[in-house]
Design a protein around this ligand. Structure first.
Ligand SMILES: Nc1ncnc2c1ncn2[C@@H]1O[C@H](COP(=O)(O)OP(=O)(O)OP(=O)(O)O)[C@@H](O)[C@H]1O
Ligand SMILES: [Mg+2]
Length: 284
């Protein structure tokens, strides 16, 4: 399989005299159609790595190293060094993004239908009636009820869960080859989290997209990712097959992280007594 994404020696630093490194020499890659989970404590550099892939770092942050994204025709673009104008055509088209806070990618003043129409027109060439139908189809695909009403609504006129579904529809509209989801359900009410996750998973599967899925929720990562990258302090601690990382972590830090996620135990075969690593402690 060819590579969708190749990150080599990525560092992100603060501009200025002290130039602190927030992401430090990170390398990993992602094959076409593969789903990669990124886990690690708060502040470990997960979001900055995602923003670097999207070419969205700006002052006071700069990146070095390289991030090669496949454009699907044998051509690649390096989102660290490519000029902003080149990246305008890559974001949305090649790589789509869903963030923790749906408002991060939605315009509060523009009707939802008009926001969706933009990438459908620009990247997929829909016009007139076909465009109207494509907007409604995009809303129906993310299982929003009454697509007609939602299309006419402003973003504050729909619920938080519905907003995130709209944000997902927007990220999918141009049919990107890679989707980056950075804590896509963390800000949502627990009652709607599972539905949004299922939807995301179905969309990735149906379209054969590659996925970078950033989350604190290890059971969710276990269900969605083929491989996992563990980050801490801006560096990659460990990388491997999801099952291996979660059942037989090699690094102490990963063991602690996995041990802390007690709910994960439900998804894994019982470990023989006495053989388990650190757990979150406490009584049953
Ligand atoms: N614009 C910025 N200016 C200065 N420091 C920043 C900026 N953005 C992020 N940082 C710092 O970089 C480090 C990595 O941040 P990042 O947002 O990537 O963490 P994260 O792993 O996504 O954490 P979380 O799980 O809390 O979302 C943190 O120490 C953070 O405070
Ligand atoms: Mg983050």
């Amino acid at each position: 399989m060819s590579a969708m994404l190749e990150i080599e020696n990525l560092s992100v630093h603060l501009d200025g005299p002290d130039g602190r490194r927030l992401v430090d020499d990170v390398s990993f890659d992602l094959a076409d159609g593969q789903r990669l989970g990124v886990i690690g404590e708060s502040g470990s550099g997960k979001s900055l790595t995602a923003l670097a892939v999207l070419g969205l770092l700006g002052h006071p942050l700069s990146a070095s190293g390289s991030i090669r994204l496949s454009l699907g025709d044998g051509d690649t673009v390096d989102t660290v060094s490519a000029p902003g104008r080149r990246l305008d055509g890559v974001r949305g088209r090649t790589v789509g993004a869903v963030f923790q806070e749906p408002l991060a990618s939605l315009d509060p003043l523009m009707r939802i239908g008009a926001q969706l129409a933009w990438p459908l027109r620009r990247h997929r060439g829909f016009r007139a009636d076909a465009l109207r139908r494509a907007v409604l189809d995009a809303l129906a695909e993310v299982q929003l009820p009454e697509p007609e009403r939602i299309a006419r609504s402003l973003i504050h006129e729909v619920s938080g869960g519905q907003r995130q579904r709209v944000a997902i529809a927007l990220a999918l509209a141009a049919e990107p080859r890679l989707l980056i989801a950075d804590e896509p359900t963390t800000a949502l009410d627990v009652t709607v989290q599972a539905g949004v996750l299922e939807l995301l998973q179905a969309a990735v599967e149906n379209r054969g997209m590659s996925l970078v899925f950033i989350s604190h929720d290890l059971p969710v990562v276990a269900g969605i990712a083929d491989r996992v990258v563990v980050m801490r302090g801006g560096r990659v601690v460990e990388i491997g097959d999801t099952r291996r990382i979660l059942t037989a972590p090699r690094e102490e830090y990963t063991r602690t992280l996995v041990g802390a996620s007690r709910a994960l135990d439900d998804l894994l075969p019982a470990r023989p007594a006495g053989s388990d690593g650190p757990t979150s402690g406490g009584t049953e």
